[in-house]
Design a protein around this ligand. Structure first.
Ligand code: SF4
Ligand code: SF4
Length: 133
């Protein structure tokens, strides 16, 4: 709704990489900061850990959307943590391309949602909450 045909076609042609996720392996990270330099969204920060509200204010780009969780790694070799603001990651894969040790990896995942399944074939009570399989 709201798109003309040309704009709708352009939007539908965009690849948002929704099925590819960034995976961080802290054991492989040498804290060279190359991924922070290349990230177009400034969503990766290596820093010392802290309370979430305060930590959000001193990331490379402040994470103001409180509804979106931060990813905070376990401590790295220097004691810092890797913090990623999942709200703005484009899944572009540049961090994984730049990383010299393979600490960032782009991995495909499949989201399987519950289908109507047995509830469409037999009279059973439908639970109020459905779980992702
Ligand atoms: S996938 Fe792209 S936007 Fe996301 S953290 Fe890596 S470089 Fe940044
Ligand atoms: S580029 Fe790789 S090794 Fe360097 S800081 Fe980022 S994750 Fe760690």
């Amino acid at each position: 709704m709201g798109f003309d045909a040309a704009t709708a076609f352009k939007e539908a042609s965009r690849c948002l990489n929704c099925d590819v996720q960034t995976v961080f392996n802290r054991q492989a990270c040498i804290e060279c900061d190359a991924c922070t330099d290349v990230c177009p969204m400034d969503c990766i920060t290596f820093t010392h850990n802290g309370e979430e509200a305060e930590l959000r204010t001193r990331l490379k780009a402040p994470a103001r959307d409180l509804s979106q969780a931060l990813y905070v790694s376990a401590p790295l070799k220097t004691g810092r943590v890797m913090v990623k603001d999942e709200d703005v990651c484009l899944h572009c894969g540049l961090c994984a391309e730049r990383c010299p040790t393979g600490a960032w990896d782009m991995q495909k995942f499949q989201l399987t949602t519950v289908q109507a399944g047995p509830y469409s074939r037999a009279a059973q009570p439908i639970p109020s909450t459905l779980e992702v399989a």
